[in-house]
Design a protein around this ligand. Structure first.
Ligand code: NAD
Ligand code: IPM
Ligand code: MN
Length: 348
């Protein structure tokens, strides 16, 4: 576990207590290795992600749980890039799976659409796109300055994440997979997405492939989110549409995620939210996004049934208003975490 920065520390404290509760009740053979990495460490001794620690994680761990990384004292964001992208790229965790599920009508910001209308999963490509940081700056700080970030899309990278989305659709009985791109403007890179989407879709005859330009998808996600079951898109668009998705769930305090290489064991789990500096250290952060993320992690580790128990406990807390202010309650982070654990304990 890397708690990281800002509210990451507070939500991971609750996540730790939740894991310990579940592990002791169910006799799970789990041990947590807490790593002192993040902005504090970087500012202290310049260390971001030590290669020997990375190797030991690969050799010994089943999952990495991350709070959040990002600190105003590190404007370069170097530590976050080394750690977060270190895992995503270094472990080739090419599918960033972000479920968008609204657990209660009260959390839906849409007047005409209750919780039942918001239930889909975004597969965000997680190793390519503009995130690889190919590019550069020339004539810096002059009127002739040029700044370039290339959008890298490989046939292999596009194909594998699209296939992961269709496999998920087949496993969960989804009838449709939507792919979002901007092929009307980005005619080289995103034409590849168009073509590969059709090719992969042909291997899944029972599943309808639907294309939406990403701008229109943002419109439809608000106007009628019920049409979406599985969405696949590139790294940058996936980042953006999942914050919009989080809004449909009741905010970033309710959105969990998994970064996986399907078929491989070691994966990275993190809430969708960041370190929220204005909330940090004030017992205001919602710990439920991390709790839902812990649920995804337990499923990945092979502990069936616990994810549903945690999700139901979160729903119970939301319905009973045992939650933080961002989702309408009056509890602090710790009290909301305790309320959740009471419900989980009662169900186990
Ligand atoms: P943010 O996700 O930290 O916050 C966005 C908004 O959501 C804020 O209004 C915040 O108060 C609210 N929010 C987020 N999590 C919440 C929670 N658990 N409970 C209640 N409210 C919550 O995004 P930002 O402000 O754009 O970024 C802050 C820092 O976090 C930046 O340094 C950014 O790079 C970093 N970041 C890191 C990750 C990550 O480590 N995975 C993800 C996103 C952003
Ligand atoms: C996320 C975050 C990261 C991303 C940032 C911190 C680089 O926003 O995980 O959604 O863009 O991938
Ligand atoms: Mn993001």
């Amino acid at each position: 576990m890397i708690a990281g920065d800002g509210i990451g520390v507070e939500v991971m404290r609750e996540a730790t207590a939740l894991i310990e509760l579940v592990a002791s009740r169910r006799g799970l053979d789990l041990s947590l290795w807490q790593l002192d990495l993040g902005a504090e460490r970087y500012l202290r001794d310049g260390v971001t992600m030590p290669p020997e620690v990375f190797e030991e994680i690969k050799a010994t761990c089943g999952a990495v749980l991350l709070g959040a990384l990002g600190d105003p004292r590190v404007p370069s964001n170097q530590h976050a890039i080394d750690i977060l992208f270190g895992f995503r790229f270094g472990l080739e965790l090419y599918a960033n799976i972000r479920p968008v599920r609204c657990l209660d009508d009260r959390l839906s910001p849409l007047k005409h659409h209750g919780a039942a209308k918001v239930n889909f999963t975004v597969f965000r490509e997680n190793t390519e796109g503009v995130y690889v940081n190919v590019g550069g700056q020339v004539r810096r700080n002059t009127p002739d300055e040029i700044a370039i970030n290339e959008d890298i899309n490989t046939r292999r990278g596009v194909e594998r994440v699209i296939r992961a989305a269709f496999e998920h659709a087949r496993r969960t009985g989804a009838k449709r997979v939507h792919m979002a791109d901007k092929s009307n403007a980005m005619r080289h890179a995103h034409e590849l997405w168009q073509r590969v989407f059709k090719l992969v879709a042909a291997e899944y005859p029972g599943i309808e492939p639907v294309h939406h330009y990403v701008d229109a998808m943002c419109l439809y996600m608000v106007q009628d989110p019920s049409q979406y079951e599985v969405i696949v898109t590139n790294n940058l668009f996936g980042d953006i549409v999942t914050d919009l998705g989080a809004a449909l769930q009741g905010g970033l305090g309710m959105a969990g995620s998994a970064n996986v290489h399907p078929g491989r064991k070691l994966a990275l789990f993190e809430p969708v939210h960041g370190s929220a500096p204005p909330l940090a250290g004030r017992d205001l952060a919602n710990p439920f996004a991390s709790a839902l993320t812990v649920g995804m992690m337990l499923t990945h580790l092979g502990y069936e049934g616990l994810e549903a128990v945690i999700e139901e406990a979160v729903r119970g807390c939301i319905v009973a208003m045992e939650c933080t202010r961002d989702v309408g309650g009056a509890l602090g982070t710790r009290a909301a975490g305790e309320a959740l654990r009471r419900r989980v304990a009662a169900a186990l």
